[in-house]
Design a protein. Structure first.
Ligand code: TXA
Ligand code: MG
Length: 533
């Protein structure tokens, strides 16, 4: 299918509205972000939306209307607060969740018996809804998981070939999606946006903000808004949030400036002091500007080929809470704090002597986190088991627990499957490791992680140590230690990263050549130099 970018002329809007009525999809601008619209009353249209976005179909869509009265047909049970808020904030960036009526298909609501309704404050959007003569279901018009589109070009990047028309009316005003509030039961904000808690409370009195706005979901916790379950708004590069003042931010960046692909997202005031390449997203106090630029900046980092982006944490005032909430999701809740603990990464091939080194560090004030143990614990959680069985089939689960051997057989010597395994588990493991770092009550932390680089955790380390040893020595050691045949040992070693990889990527290399006392004294020397700094 050829996708046309068209300006919102009368004839374009008429054509688009005919497409919507008949069940096709059209991307259109709103005051928040671009939406991917379909006829909200046709289950088949909503299915097409999920397909085009690659979105899980249990994540419900927002239904857009042009007159308050249209809400009567979408809900049989509109509470008083609905009218108070609609009167005050519509058209505008507020979405209200209310019980749904029978005419709203379950495809649109992701199987829920509630429906999210909003009236956008954008002439093109309102004209399109009116001309269509039906309410328009529209999520943000990005591929699922990517940053939301704030320009028509962003929609084109993600959805070209999948939809017939993108109506191009320039940049969106706000740049973050609408505030979502549930009015089923006590009012609660599920997603922050430009309409803030304070603004809402002036109209209807006290409202809650869901914990999920600023914290990751706990295991097994029931979600109020299915959208909160998923990683979101994420560019291809890895995102970290940095908490601290400008000076601390630039000091932190200086400590890692020689790494490839490192960028910063900072405030306009900070550009003179940054030791790494950067993009800015407005001045410190201009939360509106930050909101309007955030998503397009995240996309720009991908174009620049960034591998890691450190974002200076914005204020959480007003619309700033929405910016912070989107950043938390883009980063997978990875936060780095100033004055943080000193984190030393340790990696190397199996049998190289990492354990010996980590014991020495542990006896000398270091808190040691063993990533293999964390990985083991994580892979036994319900969350991991669910993801693993989705990706590798039910046969790797036995009586509800992971059958490591079965999984091992699948990924062994299969690069694609091994990558899939890493992609599934590493984010969960990283999250656990960051929690462990947070909890550790020591200043010095040694992170013993064979897959330090694969997991991206090297980016939170001040320094990475690589331990290497001659191949024959490694082979002998792991044959003895793990009772392997020579063949098994060789195959295991050759599936790991090479010496050269560690030499190229670690800050410090320690060689372990069978002279244990020489190795130990190198370890002590290193330990002391780290503690002195
Ligand atoms: O600003 C916006 O709201 C944009 C523009 C296009 O209008 N739309 C948008 O839609 O952001 P979407 O699908 O990307 O996000 C909708 C959010 C999701 O987090 C979804 O889970 C939640 O609203 N939601 C929708 N219906 C819901 C319901 N019945 N109950 C709970 N959450 C709901
Ligand atoms: Mg979205």
């Amino acid at each position: 299918m050829k996708t046309k970018l068209l300006k919102p002329t009368e004839s374009v809007l008429k054509k688009a509205s005919r497409l919507i009525r008949r069940g096709s999809l059209v991307a259109f601008p709103t005051e928040t972000v671009y939406g991917l619209g379909g006829n909200a009353l046709l289950g088949s249209s909503s299915q097409k939306i999920f397909e085009a976005k690659g979105r899980p179909s249990d994540n419900p869509l927002i239904v857009h209307i042009a007159e308050i009265d249209e809400a009567f047909s979408l809900s049989s049970d509109l509470p008083g607060n609905f009218f108070k808020l609609a009167e005050k904030f519509w058209p505008g960036p507020l979405t209200m969740i209310v019980p749904k009526s029978d005419i709203v298909p379950f495809e649109t609501t992701g199987g829920l018996d509630t429906v999210a309704i909003r009236m956008p404050n954008n002439e093109t959007a309102l004209d399109l809804i009116r001309l269509s003569g039906v309410p328009i279901a529209a999520p943000s018009a990005n591929s699922s998981g990517k940053p939301s589109p704030t320009k028509a070009e962003h929609v084109f990047e993600d959805l070209a070939g999948k939809i017939p028309i993108i109506i191009d009316a320039g940049n969106c005003n706000y740049g973050v999606e609408s505030t979502v509030i549930s009015l089923v039961g006590e009012p609660i904000i599920l997603r922050p946006g430009a309409v803030t808690k304070e603004m809402i409370e002036e109209v209807i009195g006290p409202v809650q903000i869901s914990d999920a706005v600023t914290s990751p979901l706990k295991e097994g916790e029931k979600v109020q808004s299915p959208g909160m379950k998923y990683k979101h708004y994420a560019p291809n590069c890895e995102v970290f949030i940095f908490e601290g003042n400008s000076e601390e931010f630039s000091e932190f960046l200086a400590s890692i400036k020689n790494k490839d692909g490192v960028y910063a997202l900072c405030f306009d005031e900070e550009i003179n002091n940054l030791p790494v390449p950067y993009l800015t997203f407005g001045t410190v106090n201009d939360e509106f500007k930050q909101a309007s630029l955030l998503f397009s900046r995240l996309r720009e980092f991908d174009e620049l080929g960034a591998s890691v982006v450190y974002v200076h944490s914005p204020s959480r005032e007003g619309i700033g809470l929405a910016v912070y909430n989107r950043l938390l999701r883009a980063s997978g809740f990875k936060i780095i704090e100033a004055n943080r603990k000193k984190i030393i990464g340790l990696c190397g091939q199996s049998g190289s002597g990492k354990t010996t080194l980590s014991k020495i560090f542990e006896e000398n004030d270091f808190f040691v986190i063993n990533a293999d143990l964390v990985a083991r614990k994580v892979s036994d959680t319900d969350k991991a088991i669910k993801l693993l069985s989705e990706n590798f089939g039910e046969e790797i689960i036995e009586n509800g627990v992971l059958n490591r051997k079965a999984l091992g057989n699948i990924v062994f010597n299969n690069k694609g499957k091994l990558e899939l395994l890493n992609k599934t588990l590493l984010p969960l493991i990283s999250e656990e490791i960051l929690k462990a770092i947070d909890k550790a009550d020591r200043k010095f932390i040694l992170l013993d992680a064979p897959t330090l680089f694969e997991s991206g955790m090297n980016n939170v380390c001040h320094l990475v140590i690589g331990v290497i040893a001659p191949f024959d020595l490694l082979k002998e050691r792991i044959m003895k230690r793990d009772s392997l045949t020579e063949e098994e040992a060789i195959s295991r070693l050759s599936s790991q990263k090479s010496d050269q990889f560690f030499k190229d990527n670690c800050d410090i290399i320690i060689e372990n050549n069978n002279d244990i006392s020489a190795f130990e004294s190198k370890a002590y020397e290193l330990l002391n130099s780290i503690k002195e700094k």
